[in-house]
Design a protein around this ligand. Structure first.
Ligand code: NAD
Length: 432
């Protein structure tokens, strides 16, 4: 199948590479010239485990192409996937649709023959109707259908999730469009759940899923607070909860709050849509407020640990919003760093993959270390903010020698608290 993908970001690029690997002819389109130049020159523009090798393989085998030209990517395509950003509107926090609307309008004039336009971006309910209307207005003779094809990949596991999806949800209003998507996902037939639903249901499934996961994270963080006050251990509690098949063991890890480019914006967009439709969504609203407070609480924990020290030096391990990615968008780590900077903190940080993206956000307001031990030199407190496996191997004896004061605030519970205490560290984890 000939596929054009508009938007070559964290969703568009892994999707493009994955579809090429399945044997499709894929053209990835992005308006950012530097991104396309880099990709054409064989340089991958984001970090995802396993993506680089597949990217090179498919470019070499002639199935994966990159362009800034909408015409080149869209004409002759059987399927055009929209994977542009839907960031929160700066004022209302609803999903800002300007990139979707621009993409729909721009692609319209280049459609030839019957084409399915699939929206992979996370979009408010009813967007399929808007995209359809925009294309029809620009190109009244176009032969096309618009389907909703929400993306459920987890950053850090994008390649794995592409090839092993839990489910594929398709919101198609015509049989013809449904058959095109069935053909696309034929290699997954019998291997995953394929759910064909109304377009509006499909758009809603994505928001309902993300909001539910955000609430689950917020819930376990509140339970962690409760455990800290009562002497219970959040890991024993979440294990006991997770063994109930109605609850399940996933997303019961306490931490510094949810972040990333999806949960914060999608909960706010869902809340906005609910208000627009006069529906009360108290759970989502509570999670939004509680999660925002959580990051301030974590920053206060770190500041509290060094409140007696004049001009404390804070060592930060982890800047990405989660392990396995270089993405710092809405990263709890970055928000905590921001809070600390507001209080005039002196911060040195290290992240295995996200130093470049973090630097684009905070520049030289913090110092960057080359490894996790350099960060500890003369530090008064260590704050662990992202759950990279590498940090679990931290040699506490070495840390003991390097740090000025022996204090650890472990927002990801990566360190053995007992060992840290035995070595004389003041150690604070989460929920125990
Ligand atoms: P991103 O910002 O990484 O990438 C979007 C890309 O689209 C950018 O490279 C941008 O230059 C390009 N673009 C914007 N308008 C364009 C246009 N008119 N023509 C060509 N290119 C254009 O965004 P992302 O993280 O890939 O997210 C994309 C969508 O997928 C969002 O709606 C998001 O909510 C959703 N989503 C993201 C994830 C995730 O983990 N990142 C997971 C599921 C769904």
């Amino acid at each position: 199948m000939k596929v054009g993908i508009i938007g070559t970001g964290y969703v568009g690029l892994p999707t493009g590479v994955g579809l090429a690997e399945l044997g499709n002819q894929v053209t990835c389109i992005d308006r950012e010239i530097s991104k396309i130049d880099a990709l054409k020159a064989g340089k991958i523009t984001l970090y995802e485990d396993g993506l680089e090798d597949l990217f090179h393989k498919n470019v070499k085998e002639g199935r994966l192409h990159f362009t800034t030209s909408m015409k080149e990517g869209v004409e002759d395509a059987d399927l055009v996937i929209i994977a542009v950003g839907t960031p929160p509107h700066p004022v209302t926090k609803e999903a800002d649709m300007k990139y979707i609307h621009a993409a729909a309008t721009e692609l319209a004039e280049y459609l030839t023959g019957y084409t399915v336009i699939a929206t992979k971006s996370t979009v408010p309910v009813g967007t399929g109707d808007d995209v359809e209307a925009l294309i029809q207005k620009k190109n009244p003779f176009a032969d096309f259908d618009v389907v909703s094809l929400p993306e459920f990949l987890r950053e850090g596991f994008a390649v794995h999730d592409f090839f092993h999806p839990d489910r594929i949800v398709v919101g198609a209003n015509t049989e013809k469009a449904k058959n095109v998507i069935k053909e696309l996902y034929k290699p997954f037939e019998g291997k995953t759940n394929m759910l064909f639903v109304k377009r509006r249901s499909s758009e809603t499934i994505k928001y309902a899923s993300n909001a539910f996961l955000a609430i689950k994270i917020h819930y376990i963080n509140e339970m962690a607070n409760f455990c800290e006050k009562t002497g219970a251990d959040i890991y024993e509690v979440s294990k006991g909860m997770g063994l109930d098949s109605r609850i399940g063991p996933k997303f019961l890890n306490p931490g510094p709050g949810y972040g990333g480019s999806c949960f914060p914006k999608d909960t706010m967009a869902m809340s906005y849509m609910a208000r627009q439709n006069n529906v009360d969504m108290t759970l989502i609203n509570a999670a939004i407020v509680g999660n925002s407070n959580r990051k301030k609480q974590m920053a206060n924990r770190i500041l509290d640990a060094v409140k007696e020290i004049e001009k404390p030096k804070i060592a930060v391990l982890g800047l990405a919003f989660k392990d396995g990615t270089d993405d710092c968008r809405e990263s709890p780590a970055m928000e905590i760093v921001g809070e600390l900077l507001e209080q005039g903190a002196d911060i040195t940080a290290y992240d295995p993959k996200a130093m470049g993206t973090a630097c684009m956000l905070v520049g030289n307001k913090i110092q960057y270390a080359d490894n996790m031990y350099q960060v500890l030199q003369d530090a008064d407190v260590l704050a662990i903010l992202t759950e990279w496996n590498e940090f679990k191997t931290l040699d506490l004896n070495k840390a003991n020698e390097l740090m000025k004061h022996k204090k650890i605030i472990d927002c990801r519970n990566l360190i053995d608290g007992k060992q840290a205490n035995d070595l004389g560290f003041e150690y604070q984890g989460i929920g125990r």
